[in-house]
Write a protein that binds this ligand. Structure first.
Ligand SMILES: [Mg+2]
Length: 176
């Protein structure tokens, strides 16, 4: 619990350093918020998150930034059971967990139609580079994580988000 508060405080400090923040942050599940494939486990197991995840989710919530899930897990029942057990399921405004051959393009179309948030106001974390490539082509700032979401990846994500936001191409688009 103490770790959670510490990470939350640090994540809030990181956010405070940026003038623009995303409106919605989207997370993959397997190897992004937890260090396993939930399809390889039983729903009766006790799940656990990467150590920084809960603090970061709480900091985002505190800042009124919406959260969503985009997962290609073939076992959505196990995934949602784990989210319930971890007490974080209610934190997400959209929960897209289904298998698809696309690089999560379908997931993001659905998230966009449910939330109304434009792609360039979203930030996305995933451990699969194919998803990162596909989704960044839609205009979403996308960050590849190697050891799950942690404060380092969070800072990198916010930095890249504000870089993209201030890119001349994006500024022009917003002026229209
Ligand atoms: Mg994954």
């Amino acid at each position: 619990m103490e770790r959670m508060e510490e990470v939350k405080r640090e994540a809030q400090e990181i956010m405070g350093a940026f003038q623009v923040l995303p409106r919605l942050v989207v997370f993959d599940l397997d190897y992004t918020v937890w260090p396993f494939y939930c399809e390889c486990r039983s729903k009766h197991d006790t799940p656990y998150l990467y150590p920084d995840v809960k603090g970061i989710l709480n900091a985002l919530k505190h800042q009124n930034i919406d959260l969503a899930i985009a997962s290609k897990s073939p076992t959505p029942q196990i995934a949602t059971t784990y989210l319930d057990k971890l007490n974080i399921r209610s934190m997400f405004v959209a929960e897209e967990i289904f298998y698809s051959w696309t690089n999560k393009i379908d997931h993001f179309q659905k998230i966009h139609s449910k939330t109304g948030v434009p792609f360039n106001s979203m930030l996305f974390f995933d451990d699969d580079d194919n998803n990162i490539q596909g989704v960044s082509k839609m205009g979403v700032t996308s960050i590849l994580v190697r050891n799950g979401v942690n404060l380092g990846a969070f800072r990198e994500g916010l930095a890249k988000f504000s870089q993209n936001w201030n890119a001349p191409k994006n500024k022009q688009k917003r002026r229209k």
